[in-house]
Write a protein that binds this ligand. Structure first.
Ligand code: PBG
Length: 341
């Protein structure tokens, strides 16, 4: 009995066949040498919330460290992105509730918040890529991504509205249109619309596998839809139980002309990310959504997690699972950290 606990009696080399995995972990230089994936600033897309006003900054309570910025300050954020080398930012508006209606008409106003921000940012920092979200939820009084008929979100009429929204954004200078609405056929319709209007170079990043997730909660606080959303989004966003369905969605989006695909949320769906990248081998992105950010930050604030390490580890996991890039609210913090390293 006691002999078993005696190191001299245990022949580890026989057990492992002389393989010692720890050799390659012995020092920082050795670990760096065998590292399979690396996170770099080129992997980052930074989502930014915008709000009406001048020199106005408002904290988002459920997302510590994240703020809504008026257009002038959003320009300053874009300049910060440029300085840090972050390739692209994604814009999300908090629309004045007085401007929301059942049709989401404000989405088609060429002078809405997103469009004004696009113009201002494009003229100040043209080298930063501008991603705009196509979906009606920041603009509808009921908080849905599409048009409501009774209790149904109607597909085809919504798609027509989304095409118009995409054109308005492209006209304002958006470089990448990112449809996050999950209507059928929207990628193809938007591509045709963009091409017909002469926006042939505008890319489409399709939210291909977007799940009906509880992790969007803080985002809905940020854009002011959590209080107004009627029901849920399960008739258009995907069932979290499914993965084959994600492949079909991505296949259709690519056939319809998507230049890039996305999985959302991120961390709970790394298996989906892996499958999509393995299957299609196209530029594939993950969205580390608001609830993932909030979870990490809440634990950090309680002193339960080392924030820096949790941030880097969570983002490295996306690279390991095959992501070509990550939309993350940590983008500026990561970029700063990478620049300091
Ligand atoms: C809206 C949209 C959502 C997010 C991005 N675009 C929320 C939703 O579908 O309700 C979520 C992003 C996040 O949680 O960080 N179409």
């Amino acid at each position: 009995m006691t002999a078993l606990f005696n190191a001299a009696d245990i022949d580890i080399d026989r057990i492992t066949g002389r393989r010692r995995m720890r050799r390659n972990r012995k020092a920082d230089w050795a670990r760096r040498l065998v590292r399979e994936t690396t996170l770099g600033v080129d992997d980052l897309i930074w989502p930014i919330f915008i709000i009406d006003g001048d020199r106005r900054t408002e904290p988002v309570a459920s997302m510590p460290g994240v703020e809504r910025h008026s257009v002038d300050l959003a320009v300053a954020q874009a300049e910060r992105a440029a300085k840090l080398g972050i390739p692209a930012i994604a814009l999300f508006p908090f629309t004045d509730p007085a401007k929301r209606d059942p049709m989401g008409s404000e989405a088609l106003n060429g002078d809405n918040l997103v469009c004004r921000a696009c113009r201002a940012i494009k003229s100040a920092v043209p080298e930063v890529g501008l991603v705009t979200d196509v979906a009606l939820d920041p603009y509808t009084s009921h908080g849905h991504d599409g048009l409501l008929d009774g209790s149904e979100i109607v597909n085809d009429a919504t798609v027509a509205q989304l095409v118009r929204q995409a054109l308005v954004q492209a006209d304002a200078g958006a470089d990448v249109i990112a449809p996050s609405d999950m209507m059928d056929g929207r990628v193809g319709a938007i591509r045709e619309g963009l091409d017909a209007a002469g926006f042939r170079r505008v890319q489409i990043m399709a939210y291909s596998a977007k799940y009906a997730s509880a992790f969007y909660g803080p985002f809905r606080d940020a854009i002011g839809t959590s209080a107004t959303l009627v029901g849920d989004k399960r008739t258009y966003q995907m069932d979290p139980a499914n993965t084959d369905e994600a492949l079909h969605e991505a296949e259709m989006d690519l056939a319809e002309g998507a230049d890039m695909i996305m999985v959302k949320p991120g961390m709970p769906y790394l298996d989906v990310l892996w499958r999509l990248k393995q299957e299609f081998k196209v530029p594939t992105y993950a969205y580390q959504v608001s609830g993932e950010y909030a979870m990490i930050m809440a634990a950090v604030r309680n002193g339960w997690l080392d924030g820096d390490r949790a941030m880097m580890e969570s983002l490295s996991a996306f690279k390991r699972a095959g992501a070509d890039g990550i939309l993350t609210y940590f983008a500026p913090a990561v970029a700063e950290r990478l620049a300091a390293a």
